[in-house]
Design a protein around this ligand. Structure first.
Ligand code: HEM
Length: 209
């Protein structure tokens, strides 16, 4: 029998990743964005970016927990989609929010802690996206893996950016922090599951099952 060209997970990843953008364009064209459409678009794109990043981070733990290998093959696409949305998010900020007023853009990014952290996370994601291709994998060899561990820094920075953008204080449990807190806990768990001791324990439990 001929092998299926696309797996169900692959189809779900691509359809799911395009959905927020298609929905945003549709809502913009039909005029159902909020009273502040630029902010609405900016927020939706930001949320899509962080969600896809968290999904890409969950590939390895899924493999550790269930021995399911396929998510590992979808990690790169999910990471690239995360960067794609982060790039659109920043494009809306630069073009629609600030009308390419570069001096003001730089001033805002540097002055506000949440944009500064967002810019740091964005820079890391850009570096990871550019070097995600096989060409760089071959060139950088062992260093490629080391470089791509920067995602463990980018993800918490994104969560911090999210929490601070919502004017919430995670440490004092103040403001609109429920969603950023949920992402924070998820990222923490996904990162903890990568620690060699935790990973060994989880793999041993799986094999025992
Ligand atoms: C130069 C980099 C960045 C800039 C200038 C920036 C700018 C902003 C701004 C202005 C907001 C607040 C929108 C509002 O509520 O008025 C925001 C929110 C947000 N950003 Fe960013 N951002 C950057 C990078 C990122 C990255 C890399 C991610 C994720 C991968 C991200 C995810 C989010 C999320 C999730 C929100 C909150 C959305 C919500 O309110 O529901 N941002 N960002």
């Amino acid at each position: 029998m001929k092998k299926a060209r696309f797996t169900p997970l692959q189809i779900a990843v691509h359809l799911g990743a395009w959905y927020p953008l298609v929905r945003l364009v549709f809502d913009a064209l039909t005029g159902v964005l909020s009273a502040n459409p630029i902010q609405d678009a900016e927020q939706r794109l930001g949320r899509a970016a962080i969600t896809l990043l968290v999904l890409s981070l969950s590939a390895t733990p899924l493999n550790t927990l269930f021995g399911w290998r396929e998510p590992l093959k979808r990690r790169r696409a999910l990471g690239l989609y995360a960067f794609f949305y982060a790039a659109l998010h920043v494009a809306v900020f630069v073009a629609l929010d600030y009308g390419f007023a570069w001096a003001l853009i730089v001033e805002t990014i540097v002055e506000k802690r949440y944009t500064l952290v967002g810019a740091a996370a964005w820079t890391l994601l850009a570096l990871l996206a550019v070097t995600s291709f096989d060409f760089w994998k071959r060139r950088l060899r062992k260093n490629w893996k080391r470089l791509h561990r920067l995602v463990y820094l980018a993800a918490p920075l994104d969560v911090l950016h999210y929490a601070w953008a919502k004017k919430g204080d995670v440490f004092q449990l103040q403001g609109d922090i429920l969603r950023p807190l949920a992402y924070g806990v998820l990222v923490l768990v996904l990162l903890l599951m990568r620690l060699p001791a935790v990973r060994r324990l989880l793999s041993a439990t799986r094999r025992a099952r």
